[in-house]
Design a protein around this ligand. Structure first.
Ligand code: ATP
Ligand code: TZP
Ligand code: MG
Ligand code: MG
Length: 265
């Protein structure tokens, strides 16, 4: 499904097309997410207001919804944008930050699922909770490992006819029928804020240009995972790692793509 050549093609598609990604994300990661999208060649636009979210969802190439710092006002605006994207046939991606930990955001995410996200991207605890299984987390961070809850991810994808991209030490991407394991990445990605949130924005960018959401999720997760490895290989600690990550997302080319670790499971 994903090999080095196909990954290079998807990377180039994003760089050549420059998809406009409507980001409705949390307050913590706004700037980092915009920089990550710019680094991969996409165009970020953070449009949150109720008065603007619907017209912008119609214009944008894709929409990212992240509930990390949800408020009642933002929830109304996000719901309207999701309906607009759904009606306009634009792909949208759900990042259910801390799903299952807090009731308001959990119920809100549940209510969005009828509008068919192209991809749900979350950590293992979030995906397990969405699939109805007990999971452990510490605030927004997962304490559950992805391989423990793989069957849950598959079920979630089948139940909502979507693609589930579950990240962790090993990332899994599944549409409920085919499942892929991605073994790129680096522990440093867990030590900066916004790696997961900006990865979900990358998935939205790839959804705008890739033939299927499954391919989009595989390409985006591989791009982030390999860039994380390259960045960790040439930095000493987390501050410079975050900067180097942007460089490696920008520069990723054939020699880095050779590190791709993707297999069907
Ligand atoms: P959390 O909310 O728990 O911080 P997250 O939403 O930030 O999670 P992660 O699961 O940390 O998302 O995934 C972000 C990136 O970090 C992905 O590319 C993933 O492959 C990578 N990653 C996460 N954990 C590890 C790990 N232990 N080793 C290597 N890469 C990892
Ligand atoms: N608090 C609310 S959202 C958020 C924090 C710290 C960011 C979570 O970022 P990520 O990408 O899931 O690690
Ligand atoms: Mg994280
Ligand atoms: Mg997260």
């Amino acid at each position: 499904m994903l090999n080095q050549q196909i990954l290079m093609q998807q990377l180039q598609q994003v760089r050549q097309t420059g998809p406009l990604v409507h980001c409705m994300t949390n307050d913590v990661v706004v700037n980092f997410t915009a920089n990550v999208l710019l680094a991969i060649g996409a165009s970020p636009a953070m449009v949150m207001a109720r008065e603007e979210s619907v017209p912008f969802a119609r214009i944008a190439s894709s929409l990212l919804v992240n509930v990390g710092t949800l408020t009642p006002e933002l929830a109304d605006s996000i719901k309207a944008a999701v309906i607009a994207a759904h009606e306009a046939g634009k792909p949208w991606v759900l990042d259910p930050v801390a799903y299952g930990v807090l009731d308001f955001r959990t119920r809100f995410c549940d209510g969005l699922l009828q509008y068919r996200p192209a991809v749900i991207r979350g950590n293992a605890a979030e995906i397990a909770a969405m699939g109805g299984q007990k999971s452990l987390s510490k605030g927004t961070d997962s304490l559950t490992s992805s391989n423990e809850v793989l069957e849950c991810a598959r079920q979630l994808a089948r139940q909502h006819q979507t693609v589930v991209a579950m990240t962790g030490q090993t990332d899994y991407v599944t549409d409920g029928v085919s499942t892929y394991a991605l073994d790129n990445g680096h522990e440093q990605l867990t030590r900066i804020t916004g790696a997961g949130c900006s990865l979900s924005a990358m998935v939205a960018a790839y959804c705008a240009v890739c033939e299927t959401p499954l391919l989009a999720a595989l390409a985006a997760l591989s791009h982030m995972g390999i860039a994380g490895e390259l960045a960790a290989g040439r930095t000493r600690a987390v501050g410079s790692f975050a900067v180097a990550l942007l460089d490696e997302l920008d520069l990723l080319a054939q020699n880095g793509v050779q590190q791709l670790q993707c297999q069907q499971v």
